[in-house]
Design a protein around this ligand. Structure first.
Ligand code: URA
Length: 236
């Protein structure tokens, strides 16, 4: 049970102080009965109305899969006015990205208004696999390969980097294309892994997130997840 003014404020309807005024002005009803007493407690199943409009209706949950282009920021808004992943998706719901890709990283990202699923997928214990294709400066040496197989310590914590594959090498340009699958979700993790081996990442794209892949989505394109995919994400 929570105080009515707090519940109204938590729904994002207005500030707690304004909510108090709405209550004392007699504009708030709980289960159809006018409540003017500040501090009245309500539960999650109580229907709250302001001027007879329900404010705590369950919002429909939506799930999008986006192939994020470069130079787009992974957040709901940006104080520097840069384009965000949310700007790309035409949705009437208040969605946000599940985790982050760097401004210059491209590839798969899920956006949703389902906080429960978002937290579930981001929780380290659920070990959601993410696959990246990294174009790196230079060629991986034997020592680099041994280090990747053993795991790399980043900021005092070891990352399992053993699941990697050198896809191609460009001797002339001195670059390599490496695919790496990790469960880590820390910011800049792939760039930091290769930086620790003294290879800059020139280009980075996420090709897989759990069982989802980038196929059929061009840069900037997105689609809704199917019910089957949503259920599968919940059962990871
Ligand atoms: N690792 C990075 O370094 N950058 C990303 O955007 C994602 C993973």
């Amino acid at each position: 049970m929570e105080r009515l003014q707090k519940v109204i404020a938590n729904y994002g309807y207005t500030s707690r102080r304004n909510a108090e005024k709405l209550i004392t002005d007699g504009r708030v009803k709980v289960n159809g009965i006018k409540v003017t007493l500040l501090g009245t407690k309500v539960s999650g199943t109580d229907i709250i109305t302001i001027d007879d409009v329900v404010i705590n209706k369950e919002e429909k949950k939506v799930y999008y899969l986006l192939n994020k282009p470069r130079e787009v920021i992974c957040s709901a808004s940006d104080d520097k006015g840069r384009k965000t992943v949310v700007d790309i998706i035409n949705s009437e719901y208040r969605i946000y990205p599940v985790g982050r890709l760097d401004y210059d990283t491209t590839g798969l990202i899920i956006l949703t208004n389902d906080g429960e699923l978002a937290n579930y997928l981001m929780h380290p214990k659920n070990e959601v696999k993410k696959t990246y294709l990294a174009k790196i400066e230079g060629l991986l040496s034997k020592d680099d390969i041994v280090s990747l197989k053993k795991g790399i310590v980043i900021d005092g914590r070891k990352v399992d980097t053993s699941n990697f594959k050198i896809k191609s090498k460009n001797i002339e340009k001195n670059t390599s294309l490496v695919e790496i699958t990790i469960v880590e979700g820390r910011n800049h993790i792939v760039r930091n892994i290769f930086a620790s081996l003294h290879h800059d990442v020139i280009k980075l794209t996420r090709t897989h997130y759990a069982f989802l892949d980038i196929h059929n989505l061009k840069s900037g394109e997105y689609r809704l997840l199917t019910l089957k995919e949503i259920k599968r994400l919940y059962s990871i």
